[in-house]
Design a protein around this ligand. Sequence first.
Ligand SMILES: *Cc1c(COP(=O)(O)O)cnc(C)c1O
Length: 322
Amino acid sequence: MKKLARIALGHTPTPIEPLPALSAALGGPSLFVKRDDLTGLAFGGNKTRKLEYLAAEARAHNAGMLITAGAVQSNHCRQTAAAARRLGLDCTLVLVGKPTLHPEANTYLDMLFNAEIIWVKPEKRDLRLKEVFAAKHAANRRPFLIPYGGSSPTGAAAYSYAMPELAKQKLAPDWIVFASSSGGTQAGLVVGAAATESRTKILGISVDEPAKILADRVASLATETAALLGVENRFKAKDIRVNADYLGGGYAEMGRPEQEAIQLFARHEGLLLDPVYTGRAAAGLVDLIRKGFFKKKDTVLFWHTGGTPALFADKYRTALLD
Ligand SMILES: *Cc1c(COP(=O)(O)O)cnc(C)c1O
């Protein structure tokens, strides 16, 4: 794979740990976890890897500030605000939600980084983002737009490089399972697997999109990422493994399955998941194990994508102690 410019912001390789107590409790395959919740940069998560390459792209464009958008509890926005400060830049976040006098969890951290926050209604997000970009540009601030979820080919490439990192760690899992949403993580892993001729099956548990939409998005992003890295593969939606059976009450609505999965990981392994992404992906993993989807002799790597600061938002905190 062609090497892209990178600015180091985090800690890689991230550790891999076995989950023996959880594997035994579920009576299923051997479970391991790849700790991308420990990538660093303001509590870590999968956006750290992406931002290392996006930051280098921003610097190459002589950016004067970063702009991005997301949900109220966006991990991507929190980490982009932190990355901006590491680069000595300002950051503007377009957040879907209402101004609050009681900022919690990720929003609180956005404010601690002194990011400028522009609150929008969901249907206005893309329009406001364009307007904000145009206004900063007109004011000579040299804004650089970090894509939604960091999921451009440049951001996704970070996860292509994570496959050789995994190979060096001497674990050749039968499956990799993780939370998939804007698709950059999955697209990157799929390209990395193709480039390293890995036989590991890469299964994204959809957090918020129907299977067809997510598989199409991942396939086209993977094809673009492969082109960027000089990997001669094209990807079709049918090549992409997506499971969208665990959408529950919708994006960021934690239900019983997520709650149970978070408690299982916490109580068997002392490991924290998050209520929006990894909790949902783990709920899917647990259900698939109970249904006998995996073989008992399989090795399954749960790729932890971070998000744990959201555990401290009131909405989730109270429900998790139920
Ligand atoms: C953004 C995010 C994801 C989804 O990753 P994509 O690359 O957008 O699919 C998963 N987990 C956490 C914790 C995230 O913040």
